[in-house]
Design a protein around this ligand. Sequence first.
Ligand code: IPE
Ligand code: IPE
Ligand code: MG
Length: 246
Amino acid sequence: MDWKEQIDMEKLPRHIAIIMDGNGRWAKQHGRPRVFGHRNGVLAVRETTEAAAELGVEYLTLYAFSTENWGRPRTEVTALMHLLVETLHKEVDTLNKNNIRLQAIGDISKLPASTHRALLDGIERTRNNTRMTLVLALNYSSKWEIVEAARVLAARVQRHEIEPEAIDEALFAQALTTREIPDPELVIRTSGETRLSNFLLWQAAYSELLFTDIFWPDFRKEHLHQAIVDYQRRERRFGKISEQVG
Ligand code: IPE
Ligand code: IPE
Ligand code: MG
């Protein structure tokens, strides 16, 4: 079955966010070290980015490293940070060729210097691209982001720039790292785990969630196509009843 043909191009999600999970288990299945899974996950990143851009999705956010991931064995963390630098160096030209802009969310200043530099360089070199925005969530934690936003708003109140009463959902959203990015209509998690793991808790308040058993390194264009078809078959009611939204 060709899933791509079944996609309604008029009803594409503007923003798809993906929790790329299962690299380690994929590697284990192949009798290889976990890093082998991460390396193969890069291929899935390339495929998914291409597929999203081909369709005309405006924003693709990929959860690449959570704040909690620092707690992994040091060798794995180091390997992941190296892989990131290597991938950025290799792929930024391709992003430019495809008119894709790179952005990042998360506490990226806490990344190792070489990773931070490669990331800022990639963001700078692609900043005028207009076809799609690829957002990497790196050293990202949704609770961290929400606490930071609260801190920024509290400071503004203290400086008498705003009254506490002025703080509403819109102002709060403006204080988040995603302020220029629309909320994702669709959040996908691979590998069979059915949790959000501290990802976009505010932004995904009304997202459609899709969980697939596929391990991330096996994720291909058709899986993204299938996920979009699934999303388009759902009724998004936003608290109303079917007759109101249909
Ligand atoms: C996702 O795969 C990649 C990162 C979190 C960096 P995992 O490394 O979590 O793989 P599993 O979940 O252990 O299989
Ligand atoms: C979530 O995956 C983080 C990323 C995909 C970057 P994890 O593998 O770290 O999440 P848990 O530990 O299963 O919740
Ligand atoms: Mg995992």
